[in-house]
Design a binder for this molecule. Structure first.
Ligand code: FAD
Length: 481
């Protein structure tokens, strides 16, 4: 009996896809990959329960078959692409709410629920999950954990580990483990194995359920934008606001290329330029949330303090609201337009390095030089503040990539490699929200040195046969770097 027959016997025929037309859609994600780079799996499992996941992995273990778990497939570096074929586990069929404990402000949910589905479930309790990437409509709880992605509200609430209390997983041997402490908000007991899951990319096992901490929904929110003469001035300004005791809810710094993108969009829509001064080198989008009186007070203080930094408030509310809509609803005006023309023909691709706060501008110039050197059209750089009530950002260094051109995709990968190595040389990291995938696997030792050996041992403990998302994070023997 083939392993696929065993799968059908174990989980049921209706949960197993084998038709090549159905498998095809699982062969790529949102990363710039050429049309020839489709890696469809050999079979797809649509699990409903942890038991389905466990049975599937046990069969994979017995037959040495790769298992790649995926959510919305919106990863931008191929993390969920089953590059060695085998079984693809489409976890989006596991999206039930197990329990909402409104007093404890927690939700227990299956890992295939999207972040938006979580918020829909807890809204009636006047609670929300502030971990919200732009892609929350399709990005799942499991993948938010597995790629340790960014959140729009990181500067107030942090990233997924700040709201993750515990996670259930199935290891590469088919064992079910609960990592964390389920409903207690803190623990100092044992080793924090749950933290290993953040950014693990499904290489240790499949996350099947999670308990997440929720927050009360704020009464009101006010979003503003300010322009600065330098990127560094925007960083210093945010530092000043935090020193003053303001509670910033979201803070995103955009370079001038990104700024041009928004002003162009405004002009297209309203037939005139917004009143952005020519000296503007950085655009900061910032929000405060809470009771209206408190929000108004904080906003006033923030505007007052901006004078110390020669900043200017963006007066055009349409521009601010269009940006917010893009963050919050993905209805992004510029994407409906023809500028840059490339958008109709190209995908955007990004590197996600992290560098020390004081070296942001220096790295920005390196980003521009590197993109130009590789002849890639520049979309721009964003710095997202992701550390609660503190300065510390992840970077998105984005370019447009003609994914139909093998040669341009190669140039994008070279650009990506170069920025990754540069970030490490800057005493930073090559990855802040997309994890490593196959793209950064060759540089893991450069970033982690001797501790890479410990990581490999941990991987072996959870996945002794190396069947869980092979080729991601670690090169397999024989992989070309
Ligand atoms: C328009 C757009 C906007 C975006 N905005 C943001 C943003 O604001 N912030 C940000 O950080 N990223 C953003 N991204 C990138 C991407 O959406 C996120 O990284 C997101 O977390 C991916 O979610 P997904 O469910 O699509 O994951 P997938 O691509 O399906 O998977 C991502 C990784 O998680 C693993 N995985 C998935 N589920 C499980 C599981 N249950 N157990 C173990 N491993 C699992 C996969 O194997 C893979 O390695 C954006 C992408 C797009 C296309």
């Amino acid at each position: 009996m083939s392993y696929i027959d065993e799968l059908i016997g174990a989980v049921g025929k209706e949960k197993v896809l084998t038709d090549p037309a159905e498998l095809f859609v699982y062969g790529t994600d949102w990363s710039p990959r050429t049309p020839t780079e489709f890696n469809p799996p050999d079979v797809v499992v649509l699990p409903r329960t942890t038991r389905d996941v466990q049975r599937t992995i046990k069969i994979a273990f017995d037959h040495d078959i790769p298992v790649t778990a995926g959510g919305g497939l919106t990863g931008m570096l191929g993390g969920a692409v089953p590059i060695y074929g085998g079984i693809y586990m489409d976890t989006t069929t596991m999206n039930s709410v197990v329990e909402v404990d409104s007093k404890n402000q927690t939700i227990r949910v299956q890992a295939g629920a999207t972040l938006q589905e979580v918020n829909d479930a807890v809204h009636p309790y006047d609670l929300w999950l502030p971990h919200q990437p732009e892609s929350k409509w399709v990005s799942t709880v499991g993948s938010a954990i597995a790629c340790d992605n960014d959140s729009t509200f990181g500067v107030r609430y942090g990233k997924i580990l700040n709201c993750l209390l515990s996670a259930e997983m199935v290891t590469g041997t088919g064992e079910v483990l609960e990592l964390g402490h389920r409903k207690a908000h803190f623990t100092s007991s044992g080793y924090k194995l749950m933290h290993l899951l953040a950014g693990s990319e499904g290489t240790l096992g499949v996350v099947t359920e999670a308990t997440l901490k929720l927050e009360p929904i704020p009464e009101t929110r006010r979003v503003d934008m300010l322009v600065f003469p330098r990127l560094g001035a925007a960083v210093d300004y945010l530092s000043r606001l935090l020193k003053a005791g303001l509670c910033i809810e979201a803070a995103h710094i955009n370079c001038k290329h990104r700024l041009k993108f928004y002003t162009h969009s405004y002009k297209q829509k309203f037939g005139k330029d917004p009143t952005i001064p020519a000296w503007a080198e950085a655009l900061l989008a910032i929000s405060f949330a809470g009771d209206k009186k408190v929000v108004d007070f904080q906003r006033e203080q923030a505007i007052e303090l901006s004078k110390e930094f020669e900043a200017q408030l963006v007066e055009e509310r349409e521009l601010v609201e269009s940006w917010w809509a893009s963050k919050y609803t993905l209805e992004f005006e510029p994407f409906k337009q023809k500028w840059p023309d490339a958008q109709t023909k190209k995908k955007f691709g990004a590197a996600d390095p992290g560098v020390p706060v004081g070296r942001l501008e220096e790295f920005y110039h390196k980003f521009i030089q590197t993109a130009e050197k590789h002849k890639l059209e520049i979309l721009g750089m964003n710095a997202y503040l992701e550390h609660p009530n503190s300065i510390g950002f992840s970077l998105s260094c984005a370019v447009f990539v003609d994914y139909r051109s093998v040669e341009e995709v190669k140039r994008f990968r070279d650009y990506h490699d170069e920025l990754s190595k540069m970030a490490i040389a800057f005493e930073g990291t090559m990855s802040t929200f997309m994890s490593d995938t196959y793209q950064k696997a060759p540089y893991l030792e450069l970033e982690h040195g001797a501790s890479l050996r410990y990581m490999k041992e941990i991987k072996k403990l959870f996945d002794p046969k190396g069947i869980m998302n092979p080729g991601k994070k670690f090169l397999r023997r024989g992989d070309s770097p």
